[in-house]
Ligand binder design. Structure first.
Ligand code: DGL
Length: 269
């Protein structure tokens, strides 16, 4: 079984790609919706949440752990990788896979990052983009209210369009040709971003990048499921079950229904 976690439903955009490209695997997804949003939390609080959930998933004996949340990766990625090494469980996170793709596909070397305040403040994307083999001009925009708007009430109204237009302005001014969607909630507004930025700007999402990285890691460790059928997937949620199941179906594009159950995963100091 592969473990996933996110602050709520956003990481389901990554799980979606895995259910499509690695259908034989079993998945357990923790949605920490009782503590959503992560993107405006302080790093220490975010780290405590992420560590508690990682510990919970290690106890469920997952064979690989995926941090499907940019804000959690930014605050606790290295620490959870260390925990994974001790537990003998590989840990795959967002951020680096998208940075690699962006550096590879940008033609003019101008890359934008749209992410939560927690992710932008951490500098995680800047570090990951600086580590690529070419110099890049990076423009980052912190979007405090975008993930909550997408999660709670995604009606494509004028207000949302105006909000996204304002966030996109610095990318247009900088002339970026590649934009990293640095929050797992944002693929749901990809068409809107594409329209505002123009069709020549390439959008990089975590989903595709992560599914490839997960497959490579499972293959390298000889733990890829070789079964030809469809595996199981289920969800453990720290917040309201009905609203997770309802908004989750939009993100996953598959039914969640009876697969969702509740858990309280307290953080320890
Ligand atoms: N899905 C989370 C991320 O990728 C952000 C949403 C939140 O603010 O909790 O950063």
């Amino acid at each position: 079984m592969i473990g996933f976690f996110d602050s709520g439903v956003g990481g389901l955009t990554v799980l979606h790609e895995c259910l499509v490209s690695l259908p034989a695997e079993d998945y357990l997804y923790v949605g920490d919706s009782g503590h959503f949003p992560y993107g405006t939390k302080q790093p220490d609080e975010l780290q405590r949440r992420a560590v508690a959930i990682a510990q919970y998933l290690f106890e469920q004996r997952v064979k690989l752990l995926v941090i499907a949340c940019n804000s959690a990766t930014a605050a606790a990625g290295p620490l959870i990788r260390q925990m994974g090494e001790q537990a003998g469980v590989p840990v795959i996170t967002v951020v680096e896979p998208e940075a690699e793709i962006a550096a590879a596909i940008s033609e003019n070397g101008r890359v934008g990052v749209l992410a939560t305040p927690a992710t932008v403040t951490s500098g995680a994307y800047r570090v990951a983009l600086d580590a690529q083999r070419r110099p890049l001009e990076v423009t980052e925009v912190a979007a405090a209210d975008l993930a909550p708007t997408i999660q709670d009430d995604l009606s494509f109204d004028e207000e949302l369009i105006e909000m996204v237009r304002v966030y996109c302005e610095p990318f247009r001014t900088a002339g970026v040709d590649t934009l990293i969607l640095g929050c797992t909630h944002y693929p749901l507004i990809a068409p809107l971003l594409q329209r505002i930025l123009g069709r020549d700007v390439r959008l990089v999402t975590a989903g595709h990048a992560m599914a490839g990285a997960i497959q490579r890691e499972l293959t390298a460790r000889s733990i890829l499921s070789l079964s030809s059928g469809e595996g199981d997937y289920r969800f453990v949620v720290t917040g309201d079950l009905d609203s997770f199941a309802e908004s989750g179906a939009r993100f996953l594009q598959l039914p969640l229904g009876h697969r969702v159950s509740a858990a309280s995963i307290p953080a320890t100091d």
